[in-house]
Design a protein around this ligand. Sequence first.
Ligand code: 5GP
Ligand code: MG
Length: 177
Amino acid sequence: MTVIDTLIGEREIAARVQGLADEIAAGGPRDLLVVPLLKGSFIFAADLVRALHRAGLQPHVDFLTLSSYEGGLASSGHVRVLRDVESPVRGRDVLIIDDILESGRTLKVARDLLASRGADRVTTCVLLDKPGKRAVPFKADHVGFESPDVFVVGYGMDAGHAHRELPFVGVMREDAT
Ligand code: 5GP
Ligand code: MG
């Protein structure tokens, strides 16, 4: 039977999300457009934009869906846009939100795309960073937690479309009993 052990609990997540929002607000973003990368970041983004409101910001929100990266040899150009943002980005501060920063390919493509459309400043915020897994150099501006190199689920993150609904970040384990 598969059991899911808690890696990061609800209260810890909530406190860190507000901390991230305060950090972002302290940067004084202007005409802020928040762009969550779907699908994995949807719960994190929903909590983060409400925390941004509590921190005194009034961000606009629009969504970007990129194809998940497949294979280890293709260049980052092989990440495709499945659902594009509808909002103009020229001259704005754009904050990209993702669940996990791993190889760095997804966020690099997203950042380059929005920067190429004339955003003033593109910054990134991730819930989890797995720094040991980078394939391209990439540093997120705001990181919730550093993650061990394990496959995590919950708080929006899935395993074959399952477990996104869990209110905590967990790790799957096979229990023989
Ligand atoms: P990368 O930085 O490798 O381009 O993309 C990271 C993406 O891979 C994340 O946004 C997430 O969709 C997926 N991913 C990486 N590690 C995990 C993990 O441990 N669990 C889940 N559910 N997805 C992961
Ligand atoms: Mg993702």
